[in-house]
Ligand binder design. Structure first.
Ligand code: PLP
Length: 443
C-alpha cells in the first residue's frame, strides 16, 4: 500500500526529456503499470487508516472520468450552464443532507484550504471593504481567532491574505481539545483594548489531530456579540451530519457565516471536492467579482462561479458528487458513516480495556487516538510510540499516522474508506499488540 521507494527513485527512472515523436498508448500504459501504479501510496486500500482515510468510489470515479471527457470550463454560466446549475443544486442537496437552513448556498473548491481562504477573504472584505482597492497599509491590524488545534490552512490563509500570522490568535483548548471560549473572549477583549480589529473566528467541527468539536454555539454567541465572521471548518467531520443522531455535535453551526465540508474526505467522492457553504453569497461577490470585457455575457440573474473566488477556470466537480449521492442514496451514505463510527467505537473499547494502551481523546466520529504507555518517562514513551508506529506500518498492509496531543506523540487510526471492514481494523490492532510485545522484548 505504501511503496518501498526512496526519494528520487521514481524520477531516476523517468526520461529527462519528453519524446520528440508520438509514443504508442500501449507502451505508455505499460510504463504506467510498471513505474507509476506500484509507486503511489494507495489511499484506496482498505488498510489505509492514516491522516483522514478517503475513498474513490465507483460512481465518483465515473463522474470524474465523464468530467474529464466533457472537459468543460465552468467559469461562467454561459461556458457551461449544466455544470453551473448542477453545482448549485448539488450543494443545495448537501446543505439539506446536513440539516442546515435553506439560506446557505454553496460552491465547490478543490480543497478546504481554499474554501477557508475564500471565507476569510470575505471576512476581511466585510470588515474593511476599502482594502479591496487600497490594500491594508495604514489600517489597524485585523485579528482572527481559532483554537490551537485548528488546521494549518487557517494560518496559511492569514499569510496569504496579508493579515499576518502574528494576528492569528491560537486559543487554548480544554482536556478534550475543544476551544476554550472564556480564553477566546479574553483574547478578543485584549485585542480590542490594544486597538486591533477582531474580524473573524474559526470553529472546528472535527479537528485534524483528535476530531474534537469546538463549542460552536458558544463561539457563535461571542461572534455575534463582537460582529465577527464565524467560519466553521468541518472539512472531515461535516459529512457525519447526514446522520441525524450525530447532528447535535454540530449545534450552532447553522449560525455560521461560512462552513467548509469536504466530500472528498468522508463522502466517498474522489479528491478533489470541497464544498463551501455561505450564508450570504453577496459577500463573496463583493470580495471577488471583477469582470473584464472579454468575460461579459448577456444573461442576468445567473451565477457565474468565477465571481465566488480567486480562480477563473473551474473543473466540473459537481458531476462526481451528484453521482455519488445518487448512486448511494442518503441511506447508503449514512450506513457507511455509521459503520465507520461503529468500527472506531469498537477499537476504542479495546484500547480502554488494555492496561498499557491509553486512549488520549474522545471518539466522536471514526478516528481513534491512542498511545502505548510502557514504564518510563513521557519522553521515553514518545520514542517507544514512534518505534511502534514504524513497526506497525512496516508489517502492513495497514498504514497509520501520528500526531501530538498535549505535547505527546500519539498514534491515530482514521477509518474512512468505504472498503475498510472489521478485519482491517482487527489486523491493525493485532499489529499494535504484536509491536508492543516485540519492542518490550527488545526488538
Ligand atoms: N481542515 C481540517 C479540519 C482538516 O483536517 C484538513 C485536512 O485534513 C483541512 C482543513 C485541509 O484540507 P484540504 O486538504 O482539503 O485543504
Amino acid at each position: 500500500m505504501v511503496p518501498r521507494v526512496s526519494p528520487g527513485e521514481v524520477a531516476a527512472r523517468l526520461p529527462e526529456a519528453p519524446p520528440e515523436e508520438a509514443e504508442d498508448l500501449d507502451r505508455i500504459l505499460d510504463d504506467y503499470e510498471r513505474l507509476i501504479e506500484p509507486n503511489v501510496t494507495h489511499w484506496n486500500h482498505p488498510g489505509f487508516l492514516a491522516y483522514f482515510a478517503i475513498t474513490g468510489s465507483g460512481p465518483g470515479i465515473v463522474g470524474e472520468a465523464l468530467a474529464a471527457a466533457l472537459n468543460v470550463n465552468a467559469m461562467l454560466w454561459k461556458t457551461s450552464p449544466a455544470a453551473t446549475e448542477l453545482e448549485e443544486r448539488v450543494c443545495d442537496w448537501l446543505r439539506d443532507m446536513l440539516g442546515l437552513p435553506a439560506f446557505f448556498s454553496g460552491h465547490i473548491n478543490d480543497t478546504a484550504s481554499i474554501g477557508s481562504l475564500v471565507a476569510l477573504a470575505a471576512a476581511r472584505h466585510r470588515a474593511a471593504p476599502r482594502a479591496r482597492a487600497r490594500g491594508l497599509a495604514g489600517a489597524a491590524p485585523m485579528t482572527v481567532y481559532c483554537s490551537d488545534q485548528a488546521h494549518s490552512s487557517i494560518d496559511k490563509a492569514l499569510m496569504t491574505l496579508g493579515l499576518g500570522l502574528d494576528h492569528l490568535r491560537h486559543i487554548g483548548t480544554d482536556d478534550a481539545f475543544r476551544l476554550d471560549v472564556d480564553a477566546l473572549r479574553s483574547a478578543v477583549e485584549a485585542d480590542l483594548e490594544a486597538g486591533l480589529r477582531p474580524i473573524a473566528v474559526v470553529a472546528v467541527a472535527g479537528t485534524t489531530s483528535s476530531t474534537s468539536v469546538d463549542p460552536i454555539a458558544a463561539v457563535a454567541d461571542l461572534a455575534a456579540e463582537h460582529g465577527l465572521w464565524l467560519h466553521v471548518d468541518a472539512a472531515y467531520a461535516g459529512s457525519a451530519a447526514i446522520c441525524p443522531e450525530l447532528r447535535p455535535l454540530f449545534a450552532g453551526w447553522e449560525r455560521a457565516d461560512s462552513i467548509v465540508v469536504n466530500p472528498h474526505k468522508w463522502l466517498f467522492t474522489p479528491i478533489d471536492c470541497s464544498v463551501l457553504l455561505v450564508r450570504d453569497p453577496e459577500q463573496l461577490k463583493g470580495t471577488f467579482s471583477l469582470v473584464p470585457e472579454y468575460l461579459k455575457t448577456g444573461e442576468e440573474r445567473v451565477t457565474n462561479l468565477m465571481d465566488l473566488g480567486v480562480q477563473l477556470g473551474r473543473r466540473f466537480r459537481a458531476l462526481k458528487l451528484w453521482m455519488v449521492i445518487r448512486a448511494f442514496g442518503l441511506r447508503g451514505l449514512r450506513e457507511a458513516i455509521r459503520h465507520h463510527c461503529a468500527l472506531a467505537a469498537e477499537l476504542a473499547g479495546r484500547i480502554d480495556a488494555h492496561p498499557e494502551i491509553e486512549r488520549v481523546a474522545p471518539v466522536p466520529f471514526s478516528t481513534v487516538c491512542f498511545r502505548w504507555t510502557p514504564p518510563g518517562t513521557p519522553e521515553e514513551q514518545d520514542a517507544a510510540n514512534e518505534l511502534l508506529l514504524a513497526e506497525v506500518n512496516a508489517a502492513g498492509p495497514v498504514h497509520l499516522s501520528h500526531t501530538r496531543l498535549a505535547g505527546r506523540f500519539v498514534l491515530r487510526v482514521a477509518i474512512g474508506n468505504l472498503r475498510t471492514e472489521r478485519e482491517h481494523v482487527d489486523h491493525a490492532w493485532r499489529l499494535v499488540l504484536e509491536g508492543t510485545e516485540r519492542l518490550r522484548a527488545g526488538g
